[in-house]
Structures are given as C-alpha cells and as structure tokens.
Design a protein around this ligand. Structure first.
Ligand SMILES: [Zn+2]
Ligand SMILES: [Zn+2]
Length: 261
C-alpha cells in the first residue's frame, strides 16, 4: 500500500496478441474512461503504434521488445489518456488540428478525485462513466502520487492530414480525419485488410461529444461517413473491438440519439 491506499500493481500494462501483426496493450488498473487501447502493428518495413496510454508508467520500458524495429507512434488525438507516453517515442505523428496541443502538454495529471469538482463527476456519470470510486484501482509504484505525475510535451515529428498514408511496407494505413469527439481525431484505415483503428470516434462504450473541444454536428457527419466504410474489423480507442455489424450498431445508436442535431 502507499500514500493513496491503493495496492501497487505487479505489472502495469497487460499485453494481448490479437493476430500475427497486431498486439493490444492496456492499463487494467485505470478506469475505463481513461483506459485507452494501445495498438502495436508489426509491419515488414516499419512498425506502427496507435496511441500511448496515460503516461503514469513507462510504456516503452514495459514493452521494450516490441519497440526494437523502426516505429512511428501515431496519436489518434491529443486527449490525456492517448498521448501520455507519446514523448517516449522518437517518431511522433498527430493530426494538424491537435499538433499544438501535443506540443504544449504541461502541468501534472489530476487523478485524485478528492480535489475534483463534484459537478464534473456527476456530469461524467450522466454520460455513462461512474468515476466516483476513483480513477485507479492500483498504482504503478510505491511512491506514486495521484496528483504528482508530470505531463510531458510530445512535439510531433510528423503532421497528419486527411488522405496521408502510413506505409509499413506490407500494408498501409490511410489517415481519415474524423472530427467530432475532438477537432483532430483521426482513424487509420487499412483498406486491403478492411481494418480500421477508429480512436475515440467510435468505440463500444459511451461516446463523448459534449466534452471540451467536441462538436456534435461534426460528429454526426463523421458517423455518416464511417457508416459507409466497408470494415471487417474495428479496433477502437477504448473497449472491445467490433465487427462490421457491431460497428454499424454503435454508429446507428449514436445517429438516432443525435438525429436533428
Ligand atoms: Zn480516449
Ligand atoms: Zn478522447
């Protein structure tokens, strides 16, 4: 136990092999609200990392064997839970609309809800995330302080826009600009394999379109666009992966909720 009365986790990241090329890393002791999916894709010429977690333990150190090849780390957007470890990687890419946010990351993470605004916690519950019990169920080390983790800037080395291609040698991902959840949210689309990394535009959980920087009208347009994409597999920014049927179900539920927005 430690200062915040949470146990110290043996391992911070859990690793799941999804297929021959794709590995999922997650932080199981982080509340689902902030537990982003971290995807590693092994390519013939280059590897791809999609998002980097909360940054309260070193992602690079935890999976150093995965990061031996040339690798580009892409943030689907600049929210805290996706860019926490971005600074640990030499090649960093993000959409133009969020490049400045990544560049100017600063301050410390606020994970101690004792200092949080009760109205914000209540609002979160209304959106489908009950965080009243805390944001962590364990800590990564004994001297960990809930409000003491510095947020480290991750100036992009590559700026992405709609239509850019990230080529791994044996497969390629097209950048889809998917604003709504945030202005510079992107998806990475491998048309040949009908595989989409959708970031926080679509995942199988409560979608957030009323947070700071979100835009419901843009989100509706993004959903209408994504609905037409011939996906077989979607790996989202949170929660379980989706097949086409589930993906369209999530999109249709969103569009029904926001009809006329
Ligand atoms: Zn997220
Ligand atoms: Zn987000």
């Amino acid at each position: 136990m430690n200062a915040c009365n949470l146990p110290v986790a043996d391992e911070w990241f859990v690793r799941t092999r999804v297929d021959d090329a794709v590995t999922l890393l997650t932080e199981p002791h982080v509340h689902p609200l902030l537990r982003c999916n971290i995807w590693h894709v092994h390519g013939a010429g280059r590897d791809l990392l999609v998002d980097t977690g909360l940054g309260i333990a070193s992602l690079h150190a935890a999976a150093v064997d995965l990061f031996e090849a040339d690798l580009i780390a892409v943030a689907t957007h600049a929210h805290t839970d996706h860019v926490g470890g971005l600074h640990e990687f030499g090649s960093r890419a993000i959409h133009a609309a969020e490049a400045e946010t990544a560049r100017s990351i600063s301050g410390v993470l606020h994970l101690d809800l004792a200092n949080a605004d009760p109205a914000a916690i209540e609002q979160m519950a209304g959106w489908g995330y009950d965080i009243a019990g805390g944001l962590l169920t364990a800590v990564p080390r004994a001297d960990f302080e809930l409000d003491g983790v510095p947020r480290i800037p991750a100036p992009p080395t590559q700026i992405l826009v709609e239509g850019d291609v990230i080529d791994l040698g044996d497969r390629a991902f097209e950048v889809l600009h998917l604003p709504g959840h945030s202005p510079g949210s992107i998806g990475l689309w491998d048309a040949a394999n009908q595989l989409l990394f959708s970031g926080d535009a679509v995942y199988d959980g409560p979608l957030l379109d009323e947070i700071e920087g979100a835009d419901i009208e843009a989100y509706v347009a993004t959903m209408e666009r994504l609905r037409e994409l011939p996906v077989a597999t979607v790996h989202g920014g949170h929660d379980e992966s989706m097949d086409r049927r589930r993906f369209r179900g999530v999109i249709d539920a969103y569009l029904a909720r926001r009809a006329g927005a």
